[in-house]
Design a protein around this ligand. Structure first.
Ligand SMILES: Nc1nc2c(ncn2[C@@H]2O[C@H](COP(=O)(O)OP(=O)(O)O)[C@@H](O)[C@H]2O)c(=O)[nH]1
Ligand SMILES: [Mg+2]
Length: 278
């Protein structure tokens, strides 16, 4: 499968991030806790390299805990400050804010040394589509405040959303397009809804997903869709799921479109259990 993902506004997106980054002390880069390696973007990392970067592995509620712990350890070994968060429930929020505070300490110390008053840390959120930037900001700031900043008609300039006495966030997160370096990575990014659905065939991605479960967690699909044989090939698993759900076309032909949509949706909502794709 080839992933065709080339949003037209790439140049503008890059310029916007580069401009905005100049205004902040710390960049919070969101990654998906289910595949933190696959959703890294070397180009984005290069753009923010001169800033303090704080990694937030978002959607931790959907991720396998053990794998997540290992990812956090290896990212820390790379020198990043890292925390995990569930932006919907707000779990991990305190650790994220604490981590940002700690990352800012050296700036604060430098200001004090120059006899200057310490101002709040200025932070910008960046990440690929659907990684949870808006949800994350809303969780930290509170729904109302973030919504105000996004309203048309409100000053188009930068607004700073005070999260705590010592931390403020730029209201507009930096949107970066994903880097698709290999077919494998393309499938994962499609599964995580990071590349738009026009870029891939849902059938191919659903097939990848079913194969992934067959290899990594065969009992999950068998249990959920009452398959009587765990060892069927993926195509057959998909047909069985269609029949189990009653997704049938005229003449009893399994409705693959509908089945693929169901699988992708269930996966994305975490209904197939916590996973780690990387
Ligand atoms: N389960 C779960 N879903 C999340 C989390 N953060 C965001 N989402 C969902 O991911 C989707 C994309 O979120 P959004 O904030 O719009 O992403 P953005 O494009 O980066 O601004 C939405 O359906 C959110 O509800 C999270 O921590 N856990
Ligand atoms: Mg958004």
């Amino acid at each position: 499968m080839s992933i065709n993902w080339f949003p037209g506004h790439m140049v503008k997106a890059r310029r916007e991030i580069e401009e905005n980054i100049k205004l902040v002390d710390i960049v919070v880069m969101l990654l998906d806790a289910r595949a933190p390696i696959s959703c890294r973007n070397p180009e984005l990392e290069k753009m923010v390299a001169r800033k303090k970067v704080f990694l937030v592995l978002n959607k931790m509620d959907l991720a396998d805990r053990n794998a997540l712990r290992k990812h956090i350890a290896s990212l820390r070994a790379e020198g990043f400050a890292v925390a995990a968060m569930d932006s919907i429930s707000g779990k991990g929020k305190r650790e994220v804010l604490q981590g940002i505070s700690e990352s800012y300490q050296s700036f604060a110390d430098a200001m004090l040394q120059k006899g200057r008053r310490v101002r709040p840390a200025r932070v910008m959120v960046v990440g690929v589509p659907n990684i949870g930037k808006s949800t994350f900001l809303n969780s930290l700031v509170g729904r109302k405040m973030a919504a105000t900043g996004a309203k048309p008609g409100v000053t188009r300039g930068k607004q700073w959303l005070r999260v705590r006495e010592d931390i403020e966030f730029m209201d507009t997160p930096g949107l970066m397009w994903p880097k698709v370096g290999s077919e494998e990575q393309g499938y994962k990014l499609a599964l995580l809804d990071i590349v738009g659905d026009k870029a891939y065939s849902e059938y191919d991605v659903a097939l990848y997903l079913v194969n992934w479960f067959i290899i990594n967690q065969p009992a999950i699909l068998a249990d959920k869709f009452k398959l009587n044989d765990e060892n069927m090939p993926a195509e057959q698993v998909m047909e069985s799921i269609a029949r189990h759900r009653g997704y049938l076309l005229k003449g009893g032909v399994p409705d693959m479109d509908k089945t693929c949509k169901l699988l992708l949706q269930d996966f994305r909502k975490g209904k197939l259990g916590p996973v780690s794709l990387d």
